[in-house]
Design a protein around this ligand. Sequence first.
Ligand SMILES: O=C(O)/C=C(\CC(=O)C(=O)O)C(=O)O
Length: 312
Amino acid sequence: MEFTKTPGWLDWYAGPSKPRFQLPAGAVDAHCHVFGPGEQFPFAPERKYTPCDASKDQLFALRDHLGFARNVVVQATCHGADNSAMVDALAHSNGKARGIATVRRGVTDNELQQLHEAGVRGVRFNFVKRLVDFTPKDELMEIAGRIARLGWHVVIYFEAQDLPELWDFFSELPTDVVIDHMGRPDVTQSVDGPEFALLLKFMREHPNVWSKVTCPERLSTSGPPALQGERDAYVDVVPFARRIVEEFPDRVLWGTDWPHPNLKNHMPDDGLLVDFIPHIATTPELQRKLLVDNPMRLYWPEEHIAAPGAKS
Ligand SMILES: O=C(O)/C=C(\CC(=O)C(=O)O)C(=O)O
């Protein structure tokens, strides 16, 4: 099927630079997507955007170029609850990719088991209104109860202003819970302000809650963008990500968010984006936890060997 991209769509950055920051051995890109290719894996009729293609082979080439060892491929809303493009990527990864699926209430236990065998380890609940239609909370809670039995976790995507309304629902989730993109803070507000304080309080009060310290390119308002050799990009996001990494070093993940859906302003050079990491995880120990120990514990627990003295 032929698809026409959403007007103004920005394609992923071709020919990214080599990061200057050397990723630790075994680093995991814990948030990225595949799109199509649309001809092979058609986009969902209920989608809110139509992206460019971003295939598994292109994702794996980026992984190797940047120096990551593994990927966590997150089902993007443009594929709805048809997880086949994501599952196909896992199947061709030589065990180097795990996945986060989108499922609906009608999913059978057999389908969940097949997703598990393919390498899926969680589901994503998306509350960003421009991306999805509303799903009733009782349906989501029912799904959470079912996937808990597989040892999976729930990834939640929401915007900071919606946390008060979602607080009770999130608190009741029976699994580990991973917040996407720090709950999308408004970085024009103070890092010590009430909105971000609520996110920190939520993590403090819920030891099962993790956060991805991802997407500075989405959250930044003053840049500078990760382009043209800029290795100090998105400085307005640094205090927020750094605060989470330092307070919750064992519950943070990092990912590229390649191919960066729905960016309006610019498309980052992913090599320069990797150079953002040492600004938010400033010691080798914090970097190892963020990039290796934490994602391995969550996604490849059967292979994870805790570093001496580290909490497992
Ligand atoms: O890439 C992301 O994580 C964020 C997205 C897209 C998305 O979540 C999706 O399509 O599933 C966004 O803010 O547009």
